[in-house]
Unconditional design. Structure first.
Length: 321
């Protein structure tokens, strides 16, 4: 196994460093194209596209620094992401003033879940939210005598916490692995997940723009097309399958299985969050990230790919889990 580039707390396996360098090269090319677009097409408004690219620089820099600093930094980063995503969702959800104490309890799941990651207590993490939070919320509401919209409130809070907190906790859980479990270390596993998930989003968008004709879910997301979905699926699956030997311990058949299902999960997360936003009557969950909307808008695919990737990796290749 290749040694990290540097010793000490700020280090990256060479494969991860090269992967990040490739991402930065693509961003540099995208930045040049965005700056050139107004000259090439004077009538084309590149403002939103420019904001998207600049925001990507910030997100890649934060993620790269966290991966280099190790599992504590990744845990803090995704705890913050989970908190903001949960806050965005609950600020839009149809909750009432009398639900405030239950909402506070929902926010407490962030330090609970990520605290269990810090303590390396995977066995308790697995059941903490989908079992104990799920059972405790309706009990507390019943104790408070809150029976109006009882089932709807329980379902809203439980779904929000599982999607915004529980699923994202699987990412720092991967970082708790010994580096010997993967060819490029734990950071390599996380990098591959993030890279392929975001690449799938971009490739589906580009394929849809270039070839999209037949809408796939017009009532939920009118811009999604079969051509965009299939093009993004094939390209990102091929990307994962090609990179799997570099970053994972999967054999070729196992890598193919993960490659085929991961882009579908990303699409499912995107469409599911689109349905939620349509129900709530909003386009974006917030305006925190220029050009992208809110944190939840940016991680909607990741909330589905992260737990699927974690459990498939655990089943096929990870001795610890």
């Amino acid at each position: 196994m290749m040694a990290p580039l540097t010793a000490g707390p700020f280090s990256l396996h060479p494969h991860v460093a090269m992967g990040l360098a490739a991402v930065l090269a693509v961003l540099t090319l995208a930045s040049v194209l965005v700056l050139a677009l107004p000259r090439l097409k004077p009538r084309f408004d590149a403002t939103e596209l420019r904001l998207r690219v600049w925001s990507w620089w910030g997100m890649v820099a934060l993620t790269g620094a966290a991966l280099a600093l190790g599992w504590p930094a990744v845990t803090v980063l995704f705890a913050l992401v989970a908190f903001i995503a949960l806050r965005e969702f609950l600020s839009l959800a149809p909750l009432r003033r009398e639900d405030r104490l239950i909402v506070l309890f929902a926010y407490l799941t962030v330090p609970l879940a990520f605290g269990l990651v810090v303590l390396d207590m995977y066995g308790i993490y697995v059941v903490s939210i989908p079992v104990w939070f799920f059972l405790t919320v309706p009990f507390l509401m019943a104790l408070a005598g809150q029976t109006r919209a009882y089932l709807a409130t329980v379902a809203t809070l439980t779904w929000a916490v599982i999607v915004c907190v529980y699923t994202l906790g699987t990412i720092p859980l991967l970082m708790r692995l010994p580096d010997a479990e993967a060819p490029a270390g734990a950071a390599g596993l996380v990098f591959l997940l993030l890279f392929v998930t975001e690449a799938n989003d971009v490739l589906q968008y580009l394929c849809g723009k270039a070839f999209g004709r037949h809408k796939i879910v017009p009532k939920v997301s009118p811009n999604k097309t079969w051509e965009g979905f299939l093009g993004g699926w094939i390209l990102s699956a091929g990307l994962f399958w090609f990179l799997a030997p570099v970053f994972t311990g999967l054999d070729r058949i196992e890598a193919l299985i993960v490659a085929l299902v991961l882009p579908v999960a990303g699409f499912a997360g995107d469409v599911t969050m689109s349905a939620v936003k349509r129900d709530l009557g909003v386009k974006d969950t917030s305006r925190l990230i220029p050009g992208h909307g809110g944190v939840l808008d940016r991680i909607d695919s990741l909330t589905f790919t992260a737990p699927l990737y974690f459990h498939l990796m655990a089943y096929y290749a990870l001795d610890r889990y």
